[in-house]
Design a protein around this ligand. Structure first.
Ligand code: TPP
Ligand code: MG
Length: 545
């Protein structure tokens, strides 16, 4: 067998159903021959974002794979891999390489060298007989430990050469590690002793599918729960103990409970310092449970720590906590729930004028509020984009089911949301998959709306067009006044229609809901839809200094 066919065969054995890619890479042709659906994008970055969503939405049960050509293909893919690295998403990246006689000669781009900093594992294969072992290493790395991209660079000429007979391949296992029982006992004691603990869930809970255990722990401790943006939807935000998610903008109840906490328990999170995560208050002791020991004491010192898969950590903690409580709830839940409800209603009352505004241009908050109350939230997967849309939606969207909000932001590439929604739709075709973005964001990856049309991936794209990079207005005052440097323009409803999708421009407040309903109906017929809402250049966010 030729090396390209061996790679395709291995992908199939690893359960890969779609190969997302951009030519030229002989693996694409070999995958099609092996009946793996090939999906061709308009630029590499979106394809990587789609592969990223395949892994995210399946908790890493299925791994997103992307293949591209050597040189320009690999050079142009950097953003997509870097985003997956920043947000710790396990994907397999298969760049072609220059033919071996030219492989490491400048100025030829070396994926092996250039991707070192944004992958957890990168390999360059130069012998056909080494292909199966390289793929085994890549899949073992991507399935285990800290989720992050892995890369195997396969030179163009090598992919056309024969792999000697006799090669074998066994799919890589997914192995979990558990915490030290002595530390589990210490953590359980500290959690039970705390008067005002707050649980903070990261995406480790999603990858471990440890949602029931998280909920059980919260209910046992009668403690409020928040999440990182990446962990959003790990806990139902309609639950009486939910504080909503962390992010740049947050709810009043989250701000209040975090500030007044006497202990914060982070589970499946990195506690990385970021502008797009809620900051932990100074001086409050932290217990840090995470898969990756490299995160312990990294940005924040931990009073106690547990290293292990979030599911195994919670499985170990639950009986220890239960023992210490001796089966007797302490009767805190009602008071905590009441206080959350009180703060939440004050907060929503404060935002109500924005959320239900009749103004024109539209309030972006009104669009989000109407969207939230028109879709079937439990059967919708939504993602934000970089810019104001992220900070406008994340505190107000209340997911009720796991992995129905794809949150991100350790790095924040404009245009990421489109590929995420498309990748989500590939693996969850029964769900309404939505990306919410601004008019700067669509400038980066908008052309791949054509991919959604051509490849029959009927997503709903919600665009807030304020003809501006509004989030930059405050920091680009002179450039805006003198040179209109934050202005942008475009008619994106026309653009969507020109690419073969459904497109509507909405300017009236009472037209928002009917347009959403028509667009959802179009997605059900198999047509991707783009709703372009003409919005004001809002600069208000639910931010607590
Ligand atoms: C690739 C990339 N370049 C630059 C940025 C910095 N950036 C963040 S948001 C933004 C402008 C966002 O404008 P838009 O999408 O229209 O949203 P708005 O704030 O206007 O609602 C910029 C330039 C980024 N996140 N990603
Ligand atoms: Mg804008």
């Amino acid at each position: 067998m030729k090396a390209a066919a061996v790679v395709a065969d291995i992908l199939k054995r690893e359960g890969v159903q779609f190969l997302i890619g951009y030519p030229v890479n002989p693996i694409i042709e070999a995958a099609a021959e092996a009946d793996i659906r090939t999906i061709i994008v308009r630029q590499e970055r979106t394809g990587l974002h789609m592969a990223d969503a395949v892994s995210r939405v399946t908790s890493g049960e299925r791994i997103g794979v992307f293949a591209m050509q050597h040189g320009p293909g690999s050079e142009n893919s950097f953003g997509g891999v870097a985003q997956a690295f920043g947000d710790s998403v396990p994907i397999v990246v298969l760049p072609g390489g220059y033919p071996r006689r030219l492989l490491n000669i400048p100025p030829n781009f070396s994926s092996f060298l250039n991707y070192q900093h944004v992958t957890k594992w990168a390999e360059q294969v130069i012998l056909t007989e080494a292909v199966p072992a390289a793929m085994r290493r890549a899949f073992t790395q991507v399935r285990n430990g800290r989720p992050r991209p892995v890369l195997v660079e396969l030179p163009y000429d090598l992919l056309h050469d024969e792999v000697p007979d006799g090669w074998t391949y066994t799919p890589a296992p997914r192995l979990r590690t558990g915490p030290d029982p002595r530390d589990v006992a210490r953590v359980a004691a500290a959690l039970v002793a705390a008067e005002r603990p707050v649980l903070y869930a990261g995406q480790g809970v999603h990858y471990a599918r440890a949602w029931p255990q998280l909920r059980e722990l919260a209910e046992l401790l009668e403690a409020p729960v928040t999440t990182s943006l990446q962990g959003k939807s790990a806990f139902p935000e309609t639950h009486p103990l939910s504080l909503g998610s962390g992010g740049r903008s947050i709810s009043k109840q989250l701000h209040h409970f975090l500030t007044n906490a006497d202990l914060i328990f982070g589970i499946g999170c990195s506690f990385t310092t970021t502008s797009y995560g809620v900051a932990m208050p100074n001086g409050v002791p932290i217990i840090h449970a995470t898969l990756d020991p490299a995160d312990i004491n990294k940005d924040l010192p931990a009073e106690l720590a547990l290293v292990g898969d979030a599911g195994l950590v919670l499985d170990a903690l639950l009986p220890e906590v239960r023992d210490r409580l001796r089966g007797r709830p302490r009767g805190r839940a009602e008071a905590v729930g009441r206080q959350i409800a009180q703060l939440k209603s004050e907060w929503l009352a404060q935002w109500k004028p924005r959320l239900t505004s009749e103004a024109k241009p539209l309030s972006p908050y009104r669009v989000i509020w109407d969207l939230l109350h028109t879709v079937d939230v439990a059967n919708t997967i939504i993602t934000h984009d970089a810019g104001s849309p992220r900070d406008q939606i994340s505190p107000f969207w209340e997911p009720v089911a796991p992995l129905t909000y794809l949150g991100w932001g350790k790095t924040t590439q404009l245009g990421y949301g489109l590929g995420l929604a498309m990748g989500a739709k590939l693996v969850r075709p029964e769900m309404l998959c939505v990306n919410l973005w601004g008019d700067a964001a669509i400038g980066f990856t908008g052309m791949d709306f054509e991919t959604a049309v051509r490849e029959r991936i009927p997503i709903l794209s919600v665009l807030l067009n304020n003809f501006s990079m509004a989030i930059e207005l405050k920091i680009m005052k002179v450039a805006t006044e003198k040179y209109r440097s934050t202005d942008i323009s475009g008619n994106y409803a026309d653009f969507a229609r020109a690419l073969g999708g459904w497109g509507e421009r909405v300017t009236e407040p009472n037209a928002i809901v009917p347009a959403i309903k028509r667009a959802i109906a179009k997605t059900r017929e198999g047509t991707p839809a783009l709703l372009e809402f003409i919005t004001e250049q809002a600069e208000d966010f639910s931010i607590f200094p």
